[in-house]
Design a protein. Structure first.
Length: 198
């Protein structure tokens, strides 16, 4: 059995923790997963080297660092800047060239993955007396504020979005082949990082 470490934002039991654990478990059902949420992105960047090293030391065969490009937390724009900052921290921990360490930036936020599959969203928002039909969002990664868009969709259908419960419910409704979600670039990178030989 392989052991996979995932470093992410948020806290224990947060939507990041729950969604990444669920999706990684579907992609690699036989793997043991160690999820290490590190809070806001500045903390993730500062601590990722030490935490990645601890995960490898505890027996992980591979480690993924997964984060949202947005919000910027007052930093210069872009994935390239985040990558450079994370790699600098990893270099200091002698992990800069580790073949089994993968960086996965989600464009723009994890909620883009939740917006992708209209049927999964519809299943969460439908009630026995009121069926909801939401179309797929093939360009979910192009939305600059996916969380706000998701909250608005929930409001339009008489619900308040609760990240800790609704995020997991949505991904549980995504089809076995991952449907539209499986076509998003950052999700494809997540899947490859979990499965490709290293």
């Amino acid at each position: 059995m392989s052991t996979i470490g995932i470093i992410c934002e948020g806290g224990a039991g947060s939507e990041d923790d729950l969604v990444l654990r669920h999706l990684a478990g579907r992609i690699c059902p036989a793997a043991r997963l160690l999820i290490r949420p590190l809070g806001a992105k500045p903390n993730l960047i500062d601590l990722c080297g030490d935490v990645a090293q601890a995960l490898f030391n505890s027996g992980c065969d591979r480690v993924l660092i997964v984060w949202d490009i947005q919000p910027r937390w007052g930093r210069p724009d872009g994935e390239a800047q985040d990558m450079a900052d994370i790699r600098a921290v990893l270099d200091r921990s002698d992990l800069g060239n580790h073949p089994c360490l993968y960086l996965v930036a989600i464009k723009a936020e994890l909620e883009a993955w939740l917006l992708a599959d209209g049927a999964a969203l519809s299943a969460r928002l439908s009630r026995p007396a009121h069926s909801v039909s939401i179309g797929d969002s093939k360009k979910a990664e192009h939305n600059t504020n996916p969380k706000k868009r998701l909250e608005k969709i929930f409001e339009e259908h008489g619900h308040t979005y609760n990240p800790k419960t609704d995020a997991l419910t949505i991904v549980r409704n995504v089809p076995a082949n991952f449907g539209i979600l499986g076509k998003l670039d950052s999700f494809k990178k997540f899947g490859r990082s979990l499965t490709q030989p290293c």
